[in-house]
Design a protein around this ligand. Sequence first.
Ligand code: NDP
Length: 427
Amino acid sequence: MTENKVNWTGFSKKSLEERISLLAEKQLLSAEHLDNLKHNRQLPLKTADQMAENVIGTHSLPFALAPDFLIDGKEYQVPFVTEEPSVVAAASFAAKIIKRSGGFTTVIHERQMIGQAVLYQVPNLRKAQNDILAQKAQLLVLADEAYPSIVKRGGGARCLTVDIKDDFLIVYLTVDTQEAMGANMVNTMMEALMPTLEELSGGQQLMAILSNYATESLVTASCQVDLRFLSRDKAKAQTFAHKIELASRLAQTDSYRASTHNKGIFNGIDAVVMATGNDWRAIEAGGHTYAAKDGQYRGLSLWTFDQKQQVLKGTLTLPMPVATKGGSIGLNPSVQTAHDLLGNPNARELTAVIASVGLAQNFAALKALTSTGIQSGHMKLQAKSLLLLAGAKETELPKAAALLLKTEHLNLETAQTILQNLRDETT
Ligand code: NDP
């Protein structure tokens, strides 16, 4: 909705109702979406029943807000859907520090999807490759004719290439899918090309489908962190910056670490991808493939300590083919609320926000890992979750959580004992 200066300090300490009131007061949501939040309006069962097969209900997850991201000079309040404790707190912490250091800048390299049509039993691979390339212009027209509405919207088939891999002949088509992710569009186009490709190559069709390795939809988010925000003590701040750079290097050389490094990045990315109704499997698949693009699986982000400028510089590049139209985006009320919270961005802007969130999440994780460790933050929410599981009421939580955190074994049994003891004391 409208941009409005808000002091977000203490947002996490407010009650759920107070948080929604703040959004209303600062006009950060339309009346319709405020109402959705107030009444916790979810995906209607009847709609759910049309979206997947064998539906027997709907499944809820926490819908949270990480406020105050400064991205390309604009402020965003970012909706997260996540069940994992600490993710939102970590992102909010990083957003605050990075905003004070100048915010995020992003570059969207391209925004096109790639489809592939694969043929086998091709009698002469080289000849087939040349014959298909000779018909490139006609094939692009054929692809556009298969999905004319995207052409009317300013998109459509852009480029066609042919590769020989092993004894497969693979035709790649790049498509400008405008505001959509484009899986169905691209699949329709690829299938439409198949009969002509079979004719031109003399081969058999194996499959025609979009590739989730969206190398024509890359985004880079960058930021720098002023060392003053790492620690007031200059020497300590330099040590932190140095250790974060080392952690980033470690994720470039050790795949065991790279996997967890990237999982931390996707903690943020997936949460926004899910909140905005996008296909998180597609984003994960593309991201992890990109992480292994040179044959070794590596961390997706890089951090360097610039001694001269006394700043820590971070950068993250990955495929991010997210959409603002299509799929299930228009069907779920909380997805629409998420888009509204972000100011109804277009697909490019949403791409920039999500990549920035990934970098923020990564910074917070590396900062915690190389200083206090991540368990202290995690454990506070873990204690609450265990107590809720043990049947704690909201009023019992603060005291019970404080006691649980002091115990040696943070588990359900201890949570139940603490809760019982507290109840015995009060009766
Ligand atoms: P849709 O099939 O929903 O197509 C996009 C829809 O958005 C079209 O109906 C289009 O209308 C409409 N639209 C409205 N405005 C715009 C605009 N400005 N730009 C573009 N489209 C607009 O979705 P996609 O083709 O994007 O496919 C995504 C879905 O496919 C996701 O649900 C995904 O999970 C799923 N999927 C993913 C696969 C994968 O990742 N490998 C494989 C198969 C499916 P119109 O038709 O009038 O142009």
